[in-house]
Design a protein around this ligand. Structure first.
Ligand SMILES: O=C(O)CCC(=O)C(=O)O
Ligand SMILES: [Fe+2]
Length: 357
């Protein structure tokens, strides 16, 4: 599966070559394969029952704060994943972000895209890639996904000249999107802190300066969606992830042992609580296990914006949130957490479970 220069084959090239069956490296073990879609045979339920919940943030209107905090608390305890509406991000910017991502993947030749290749031997390196883990063993099952990862905060990491210059507005859109998403992540972490009765700065102070990465994922149509995953089951390792997707759908969240498909809502943003927030809140709020499935007929695009601590940051349950309970998680240096995640793989929540006291 490797071509000259140690560059892994991009899934989009496989799909464009019209393969009728997926190469064996992409075939999931039976227990990890998506269940066949039962919706046609089950009794119809309201759409609320078959997606994650949605909360209207009412533009962070102070007079709604008490209700919003109460609802946020419930969603963080029961789900760790929910849609937000009236979040303050211009809808046009969400559409522009989807549109520039799609142009990069659809309009450029593979040879053009490969000019932006990330370093396949380095975890989360910036650029165009396909393999998420740095694990080199041949028995790793591969995701049916290509991506472009951008390093966007702190500003010292941001270098738009390393990003595509096609379409012409690509770099501007990513910069503007990054700035808006950072503000929203701060507002949400403040609400989440308040919803636990803590000062609004509690979680953000525990995280420290945000390291923000934006990953555009592209999932080509797949000849055998029943055997593959676009992205394996995981919880995100940082503090909070903000995600948008197109109208194809394929994001699934694990709730009470069942995979729930997140129905696309084009103006809404998906909030995913990540592992460091689980540690900081001492498990009061749990990170969401999620994955992406593939589609036989359509390619799919999503944009995930991750907000993480610095690699040198020590993370442990916040004093203000412990009150009379004892810490349930060992302190961890965030860089060590990331290293273990990328070498061992996520496999559900094995990395955070290893920190449980
Ligand atoms: O494509 C999606 O909907 C999920 C992406 C995701 O979970 C990730 O990039 O961590
Ligand atoms: Fe994720």
């Amino acid at each position: 599966m490797e071509i000259a220069g140690n560059t892994p084959i991009r899934v989009q090239s496989l799909a464009q070559n019209g393969v009728s069956s997926v190469p064996s490296q992409y075939i999931q073990t039976p227990e990890n394969r998506p269940k066949p879609n039962l919706s046609a045979t089950t009794v119809s339920t309201s759409s609320n029952d078959t997606s994650i919940p949605l909360i209207d943030l009412c533009h962070f209107e102070p007079s709604r704060a008490i209700d919003t905090r109460r609802e946020i608390s419930r969603l963080c305890k029961e789900w760790g994943a929910f849609h937000v509406l009236n979040h303050g991000i211009p809808i046009q910017l969400l559409n522009d972000m989807r549109s520039i991502g799609l142009s990069f993947f659809n309009d450029l030749d593979i040879s053009e895209k490969l000019k932006y290749s990330c370093d396949p031997n380095m975890a989360a390196s910036e650029g165009y890639g396909t393999r998420m883990l740095v694990n080199k063993s041949d028995d790793t099952v591969l995701d049916w996904r290509d991506y472009f990862d951008h390093h966007t905060f702190p500003l010292t990491r941001r270098n738009p000249s390393r990003w595509p210059d096609y379409p012409a507005n690509y770099r501007n859109v990513v910069e503007e999107y990054s700035n808006h998403m950072k503000v929203l992540a701060q507002k949400l972490l403040a609400l989440i802190s308040e919803s636990l009765g803590a000062p609004s700065s509690c979680i953000e102070e525990a995280v420290g300066e945000f390291y923000q990465n934006i990953t555009i994922s592209y999932y080509p149509s797949c000849p055998q969606p029943e055997l593959t995953l676009g992205l394996q089951s995981h919880s995100d390792m940082g503090a909070i992830t903000l995600l948008i997707q197109d109208d194809v759908g394929g994001l699934q969240v694990l709730k009470d042992g069942e995979w729930i498909t997140v129905q696309p809502v084009s103006d809404a943003i998906v909030v995913l609580l990540a592992d460091q927030t689980e540690i900081i809140t001492n498990g009061a709020y749990r990170s969401a296990i999620h994955r992406a499935i593939t589609n036989a007929n359509k390619a799919r695009l999503s944009v995930a914006t991750f907000h993480d601590p610095a690699k040198t940051r020590k993370i442990s349950p916040a004093e203000e949130l412990l009150s009379d309970s004892t810490p349930r998680y060992r302190q961890v240096v965030y860089g060590d957490y990331v290293k273990s995640w990328y070498t061992k793989g996520p496999e559900g929540k094995r990395n955070i479970d290893a920190l449980l006291l």
